[in-house]
Write a protein that binds this ligand. Structure first.
Ligand SMILES: [Zn+2]
Length: 278
């Protein structure tokens, strides 16, 4: 892998009591990120882990997502923050993006697919099924794949890896490995990324904020509990994440929505993670 860095497509401003431990009734608000991993392969192709919201949704969220949904999400963004636009301002071409690995298919994770004409969407069968049935959850938006001519089902046939029950090594080189991590949604994945800027585990929404994966906390947090698809599966996934601590060289966990984590990540080519101490 030539480059590995992270971008955030939007802010979600929500009551802090939903996402942090502490008193339930508080007026304080927390600002969440919408973090996407950008993997530039040696041949110049780009693989994204998640894609954030589309350029159109970033420009006019009310028109694309609806005013109600926008308000519920506390969504704040603008067109320049769409991942395709940020990549272009860093000197990349959106046509270089050949694959988008979906941690899951909620609208804040794959909405940007429409901006990448050469990309295939790689997701588990459970997530693609959920997308086809909008009645299942308002977090899925079937229109997000209406124009996608390339969908690939992630066949999780590889062995147990990093404590997760099944895996898929995307290019058979150990650089991008999908890990079965159900709970938040039925076919949720975590994605292990070994790149020049460090070893990361993009955990999608397996934990909304990093504290939920720490020892000594009674995670998951309130919002994680409210919106999870399967509480038992989520608990197993959180246990696997906690156990990573015991590894000699644990990857840096990247929850999509943890702004504090995002602020420490490499955010352009050539940078490495702040807490790697270089
Ligand atoms: Zn999310």
């Amino acid at each position: 892998m030539r480059e590995l860095f992270f971008l955030s497509a939007a802010d979600f401003v929500v009551p802090q009591s939903l996402v942090e431990p502490g008193p339930l009734f508080s007026r304080t608000r927390a600002s969440l990120s919408c973090t996407v991993a950008v993997c530039v392969r040696d041949n110049g192709d780009i693989v994204l882990v998640d894609a954030g919201l589309s350029e159109a949704a970033c420009r006019d969220p009310n028109a694309i997502l609806g005013a109600m949904r926008r308000r519920w999400l506390g969504l704040e963004t603008n067109a320049a923050r769409a991942i395709a636009c940020q990549l272009e301002s860093l000197g990349f071409d959106r046509g270089q993006v050949r694959a988008i690995v979906a941690t899951h298919c909620h609208l804040d994770h794959i909405g940007g697919l429409v901006d990448f004409p050469n990309a295939e969407l790689i997701a588990t069968a459970e997530e693609l099924h959920a997308l086809s049935d909008a009645a299942l959850s308002p977090a899925y938006r079937p229109a997000d794949i209406a124009f996608a001519d390339k969908l690939r089902v992630a066949q999780m046939t590889g062995p147990r890896h990093l404590g997760f029950p099944a895996s898929l090594d995307l290019f058979d080189d150990g650089e991008i490995t999908l890990l079965e991590a159900a709970g938040h949604s039925a076919g949720h994945l975590c994605v292990a990324l070994n790149g020049p800027s460090g070893d990361f585990l993009h955990i999608g929404d397996a934990a909304l904020l990093e504290w939920e994966t720490g020892r000594g906390f009674e995670g998951p947090g309130r919002l994680s509990r409210i919106i999870c698809n399967d509480a038992r599966a989520l608990s197993r996934t959180l246990t696997a994440l906690r156990n990573l601590d015991a590894l000699e060289k644990a990857p840096i966990l990247v929850p999509t929505h943890d702004r504090r984590v995002f602020d420490t990540l490499p955010q352009r080519p050539g940078e490495i993670a702040a807490d790697l101490g270089a």
